[in-house]
Ligand binder design. Structure first.
Ligand code: CMC
Length: 428
């Protein structure tokens, strides 16, 4: 018999269907609640609200599990490449050799961006944060590919937009950095792989020879895999809600980039390094900063700690912590903030405040340390996150369209002033 939950209101009992996911997650289906009972639900911040049924990413926050299309993040980070993972997320299966070859070739064909996009870039002052530039350039693609605005685009047309998105993202990302430092942009070198191509566009200078370090390219590839999707987080929900209005893939993803920018979301990786540097310059007094984080009268929070869903170790943080150690060793870098991060983690994990609230290091706690070791400047950290998250946003946008989901439009409980007569300005 189908399971139901009962809701009693005004002396009447209603049966609400229970929906079960493939990993036994259960949800109360309230899609007919308003019609049947006159009630809406209130869940500010969507702490208990499922916005969709999705077959892309499974996350079990209590047990620290993250899987893309059923594959464990640990296996993917160790054995796969970013483009393989992108294919998996977007099309549902790991690619065969032939499929991956074609996908890679298609992406490589589209790495160049329209020259006129450079004119848009030139309009940004060098004080612009690269995230704002990235979101703008990404959205500007709607102007260069107006056919992408057609909500009834063919599957081939959608594929082309997907390939263009993945192909041009590293170019936009590197150019947003070049703009910030006032250097001329580099064009994509299609003889290189995805990450090496990005690194060369980012770091090569006209007067110097630049050789991509494979340790750096491999570490970056792993970081992108770890960021590739994370189910219905703030930026992904933004992509889905914008996409639900049948807005183009480029504008939906541009909205996701903007949502990611905030310090409570993707912007946290930048804030972690700022925080660790501040602690170092303050003499490395860990206890003092832990106490600040616990003090409710102090706005300071331990950046890179805590998560809406993980109430256990974020599995990505475990992998990144180890990778940070490896990369620093291989590159022969001794970064004092790594020691501060490890001490901070150790002290926080023993502290009742963090234990009671189940606050553990999240993906951003150690990622900034690796980015720094790879030579990526702090302002670019969130751009790196966006590059990694792109396949997830694409997959979620595509799923929403394929499932023909209705426009996203939440309800509210109005708490403002009741109806009142208008008062003429002279009488106010
Ligand atoms: N430092 C100190 N206290 C914290 C922290 C923190 N980093 N995170 C949560 N708390 C406390 C919070 O004050 C609250 O305490 P109380 O119950 O006494 O009021 C309790 O823990 C629950 O926190 P919340 O803010 O209600 O939880 P949330 O699910 O709304 O927020 C979060 C999740 C990630 C925004 C939050 O933990 C936070 O601000 N962390 C720091 C920023 C950060 O690292 N963000 C990156 C998230 S992972 C990357 C991504 O996916 O974007």
């Amino acid at each position: 018999m189908a399971k139901t939950a009962q809701l009693t209101f005004n002396g009447q009992t209603y049966e609400l269907p229970i929906i079960e996911g493939s990993e036994n997650e259960t949800a109360i289906d309230i899609s007919e609640l308003l019609e049947k009972t006159g009630l809406v639900t209130l869940d500010i911040g969507y702490k208990n609200t499922g916005a969709t049924k999705s077959a892309i990413t499974f996350l079990d926050g209590d047990h620290g599990i993250l899987r893309y299309r059923g594959y464990g993040i640990e296996d993917l980070a160790e054995k796969s490449t970013f483009l393989e993972v992108a294919y998996l997320l977007i099309f549902g299966e790991l690619p065969t050799t032939e499929q991956l070859k074609k996908f890679t070739r298609d992406i490589t064909t589209h790495t160049l961006v329209h020259e006129d996009i450079k004119k848009i870039l030139d309009g940004f002052p060098s004080t612009s944060h690269p995230m704002g530039v990235l979101a703008s350039l990404f959205c500007a693609q709607t102007a260069f590919y107006p056919e992408s605005l057609d909500p009834n685009r063919s599957a081939e047309g959608v594929y082309l937009s997907i390939v263009r998105s993945l192909a041009k993202m590293p170019t936009f990302a590197a150019w947003s950095y070049k703009n910030a430092v006032g250097h001329p942009v580099n064009y994509p070198d299609n003889s290189l792989d995805y990450c090496s191509r990005f690194l060369k566009m980012m770091f090569a200078l006209p007067a110097e020879h630049y050789e991509v370090d494979p340790v750096v390219a491999n570490a970056l590839d792993k970081l992108l895999i770890l960021h590739a999707d994370h189910e219905q987080n703030c930026s992904t929900s933004t992509v889905r809600i914008v996409g639900s209005s049948k807005a183009s893939i480029y504008s939906s993803i541009s909205a996701g980039i903007n949502a990611l920018w905030g310090p409570l979301h993707g912007g946290a990786n930048q804030e972690v390094i700022v925080m660790l540097e501040a602690i170092r310059q303050d003499g490395g007094n860990i206890e003092k900063w832990i106490n600040k984080a616990k003090d409710k009268n102090d706005p300071f929070r331990l950046m890179g700690f805590g998560h809406r869903v993980y109430k256990n170790f974020d599995p990505r943080a475990k992998i990144i912590k180890k990778a940070a150690d490896d990369v620093l060793n291989k590159l022969g870098i001794n970064d004092p903030v790594l020691d501060i991060a490890m001490k901070l983690e150790e002290v926080a994990l023993r502290d009742p405040y963090f234990i009671e609230r189940k606050l553990y290091p999240n993906v951003d706690f150690y990622s900034g340390i690796i980015y720094r070791a790879l030579g990526i400047p702090v302002d670019m950290f969130t751009v790196m996150f966006a590059m990694g998250r792109l396949p997830g946003w694409i997959a979620q946008w595509k799923e929403l369209r394929e499932n023909k989901e209705p426009i996203g439009r939440p309800r509210q409980v109005y708490v403002g002033t009741k109806s009142r007569p208008y008062v003429e300005i002279a009488k106010r």
